[in-house]
Write a protein that binds this ligand. Structure first.
Ligand SMILES: Cc1cc2nc3c(=O)[nH]c(=O)nc-3n(C[C@H](O)[C@H](O)[C@H](O)COP(=O)(O)OP(=O)(O)OC[C@H]3O[C@@H](n4cnc5c(N)ncnc54)[C@H](O)[C@@H]3O)c2cc1C
Length: 238
């Protein structure tokens, strides 16, 4: 972060105390990334969109079999779906629901992201993403009136121009109490692995955590001790 406070006023932004500017930032368009990558895998017949049936998985020491697929190993990357995984649901993952608004505000003319009690992120054509909420009780992916109210209330303290809400969405973050990913192999079944617990920062952490898991599975390199699921071995033994 640049150390001086920027006091220049921005039209439509409430900034009594000025701005701090973050350096080395960026944005990944996850929707485009996932859609394109799915398309890439689909063309090579490497992806199927189906619900995984855990009781159909057969495993022995050297291989796993799932319906007509035979492999040396299986990696579960189910996000909050982990709660239904009979092999790994002993791990302490908690669902943290988050809601977002998309607003249309022609008077807001910023080409950078604002981060205050909510973030306001320009996505083009006078549209902005506003988020996000945290809710540990509601485990559904449905947008709610309460979420919308909370975001609007917070937004009223960040911008001062009129806007129209054009969309509302919700998702679940797979969070862990110690805020560390859940990576490693099952304590009993070494050919079953997991990559989860990416919490609020999956976009940032996933490439590094996936790389760690790859080297662990393929080259027997040790996992960073902060992410290995062995830290929760005691929960498996219960
Ligand atoms: C509102 C909100 C804002 C966020 N903002 C940011 C941000 O700014 N930066 C950042 O880095 N992160 C952010 N995150 C967090 C990020 O989205 C998560 O960390 C990330 O999505 C976790 O990735 P994942 O692949 O582990 O799980 P998921 O993205 O949940 O993906 C898991 C996939 O597995 C599928 N699945 C689960 N069970 C099964 C099954 N039995 N059979 C078949 N498929 C199954 C699910 O359908 C899903 O497609 C945000 C999250 C939310 C909700």
């Amino acid at each position: 972060m640049v150390s001086e406070i920027i006091n220049k006023k921005q039209v439509g932004i409430l900034s009594d105390f000025g701005f701090g500017k973050l350096i080395n930032t960026g944005r990944i368009d996850t929707k485009a990334l996932l859609e394109d990558y799915k398309y890439f895998l689909k063309r090579q017949n490497l992806i199927e969109k189906v619900s995984f049936e855990y009781d159909q998985l057969k495993n022995d020491k050297n291989k796993v079999e799932y319906k007509n697929i035979k492999a040396k190993k299986i990696v579960f990357c189910e996000g909050y779906g982990l709660v239904k995984n009979p092999f790994f649901n002993y791990l302490p993952m908690r669902e943290a629901k988050g809601e977002l608004l998309t607003i249309y505000a022609t008077d807001l003319k910023i080409d950078f992201m604002i981060k205050s009690s909510v973030f306001v992120q320009p996505i083009g054509n006078h549209h902005y993403k506003v988020g996000a909420t945290f809710n540990w009780k509601d485990k559904t992916c449905n947008p709610t009136k309460k979420g919308k109210q909370e975001l609007e209330e917070k937004l009223s303290k960040v911008i001062s121009v009129p806007y129209k809400i054009v969309a509302q969405s919700a998702g679940i973050r797979p969070t862990v109490k110690d805020r560390r990913p859940l990576v490693g192999t099952h304590p009993k079944y070494k050919n079953m692995a997991i990559l989860n617990g990416l919490g609020t920062r999956g976009v940032m952490i996933a490439p590094w955590a996936a790389n760690q898991l790859f080297h662990f599975l393929e080259q027997e390199k040790e996992l960073d001790r902060e992410i290995t699921i062995h830290r929760y071995q005691n929960l498996f033994d219960i």
